[in-house]
Design a protein around this ligand. Structure first.
Ligand code: NAD
Length: 498
């Protein structure tokens, strides 16, 4: 059985704790590898390696650090297909979708290539008598990222690329469910010229994470995953004096106004609701048609589309989506469907009994569609993270605006309409971090920032874009007088600019 260890100090290392997790092939349900779970001592070794390598990396000028990023891009372009296959067979997303996962990560590496420009501080000449005032952005030191299973290339790259470009050393604790791509990313960075020890990948569970949260050498932690763990990591990391940003779960609504192009809206709901088997933090899991007529047309168009979704093995490039990540997760999603029926929602399409010939033990599930879901139901309040779309009928625009705004989660939201006034009003008033207008998955591009509100995001700064540079650096402000010989005598009153 293949064993996946850790990547510490530029070398792959076997796990030494004696604890392992199973890495499944979601297509067949078989265990395809064992991943090592690091103990405290192994994580501490990675932190020590990172701390030793960081000062020289920080002293490497930003243009040289950018060259490592450029080289990494070349290597990923060459290795892209292998990476996509590796990703797809551990996660279960189709190969075209796996390529998208890698590409979205690559775009943040492209952003990080601009680091010489991004790190420029401010300068005010003659701010006082012979005094210049300027600011510097300096790396934090050793920083860490803890990432989820659903984007095993994109999110590790969102975390590590800006952090490394800023001059930090990085420790990645990826998801134990699909750790191979993160390990490969570390190898490629080393091949691209990143000094050994600057990027370490340590696999594991709570013990590894808790070591990162409590070790004083780790200055900042970026987390992406479910909200309950996000909250724990935010509270514990902050209590230990670290800078922390945590991105959690979601319940993304798509409002369909009566004037929307219904075919476009249905296409959007099918792609954003069921793509990647709904295992995306920006998946649309709630459709909100406004008015009875809109809801009836939407249901009439949606039902046959959901019934005819093409579900296949992750290697089938023609499939709409592949298997769910694990059997345990599949069962959890099916339990939510059962719960929805008990709560009184109307199950218009039931995909629970779907079986794929030749892959009977795979984690496959057909699309499910609920109508008449009410805000009081748990299937509305909680994140399901599967191919299940809930339709909540709103009587008017005011109610449609209230639903996502009052929901505990606030990651993404979309409105489909042909009316500019409504779109603008919605964009301005909705209490959600990322908004799409006639765009179902409004994931901002690398040079804007990504982050949700309420229980979808903990901390002040977002991921990628300008916020990533702010998060991974500290600002130093320098007040400097030249020529130095000016004699003004001792000043006992606070200097002002009167
Ligand atoms: P998860 O919370 O189970 O795991 C995330 C990470 O936390 C993993 O590395 C895991 O090993 C670690 N972890 C798990 N339990 C822990 C514990 N008790 N103590 C310390 N660490 C622990 O999430 P997941 O199932 O891998 O990913 C899916 C979740 O991630 C969904 O809720 C999804 O919405 C969310 N997500 C959010 C975003 C976003 O940007 N908001 C993006 C992608 C995924």
């Amino acid at each position: 059985m293949r064993e996946i260890g850790h990547f510490i100090g530029g070398k792959e290392m076997k796990g030494g704790s004696g604890r392992f997790g199973d890495v499944f092939n979601p297509n067949t349900g078989e265990v395809q590898a064992k991943v090592a779970f690091a103990n405290r001592a192994e994580m501490e070794r990675a932190i020590a390696n990172a701390a030793a390598a960081q000062p020289e990396w920080a002293a490497t000028n930003p243009q040289r650090r950018a060259r490592v990023m450029f080289k990494f891009l070349e290597l990923v372009a060459k290795d892209g297909e292998n990476l996509a296959k590796l990703l797809s067979c551990e996660h279960g997303k189709t190969i075209p979708d796996a390529r998208g996962d890698i590409q979205r990560g690559v775009e943040v590496v492209e952003f990080a290539c601009g680091i010489p420009h991004l790190l420029k501080g401010e300068f005010s000449e003659g701010a006082g008598p012979n005094i210049d005032l300027y600011s510097l952005r300096q790396p934090l030191g050793v920083v860490a990222g803890i990432t989820p299973f659903n984007f095993p290339a994109m999110i590790p790259l969102w975390k590590c690329a800006p952090a490394l470009a800023c001059g930090n050393a990085f420790i990645l604790k990826p998801s134990e469910r699909d750790p191979s791509v993160p390990m490969r990313i570390a190898e490629l960075f080393l091949e691209a010229g990143l000094p050994a020890g600057v990027l370490n990948v340590v696999n594991g569970d709570k013990e590894a994470v808790d070591t990162l949260l409590t070790d004083p050498r780790v200055r900042a932690i970026g987390f992406v995953g479910s909200s309950s763990i996000a909250e724990y990591i935010y509270a514990t990391g902050c209590a230990h004096g670290k800078r922390v940003q945590c991105f959690g779960g979601a319940k993304n609504h798509m409002i369909v106004m009566p004037d929307a192009d219904m075919d476009q809206a249905v296409d959007a709901l099918i792609g954003a609701g069921y793509g990647s088997a709904g295992e995306r933090c920006m998946a649309v899991s709630v459709a909100v048609p406004v008015g009875k007529k809109t809801a009836d047309i939407l249901m009439e168009k949606l039902i046959p589309r959901v019934e005819n979704l093409k579900i296949g093995p992750s290697s089938d490039a023609q499939a709409d989506y592949g298997p769910l990540v694990t059997r345990a997760h599949l069962n959890k999603v099916k339990d939510y469907v059962e719960l929805g029926i008990k709560e009184g929602a109307k199950l218009a399409v039931d995909g629970r009994n779907f079986k794929l010939q030749g892959y009977e033990n795979g984690n496959f599930m057909g699309g499910c569609l609920f109508d008449e879901v009410k805000p009081s139901m748990r299937i509305y309040k909680e994140e399901i993270f599967g191919p299940v779309l809930s339709v909540v009928r709103a009587k008017d625009y005011a109610e449609a605006l209230r639903l996502p705004s009052e929901h505990d989660y606030g990651n993404g939201v979309a409105i489909f309409t042909r009316d500019g006034d409504t779109a603008r009003d919605f964009t301005s008033r909705v209490e959600v971090g990322m908004v799409g207008v006639n765009v179902p998955i409004p994931v901002p591009l690398a040079y804007y920032t990504f982050g949700g509100w309420k229980r979808s995001g903990f901390g002040d700064l977002n991921q990628h874009g300008a916020d990533s540079v702010r998060f991974y650096t500290k600002t130093k402000t320098v007040t400097s007088r030249w020529p130095s010989g000016t004699k003004e005598g001792a000043e006992f009153v606070i200097p002002t600019m009167k």
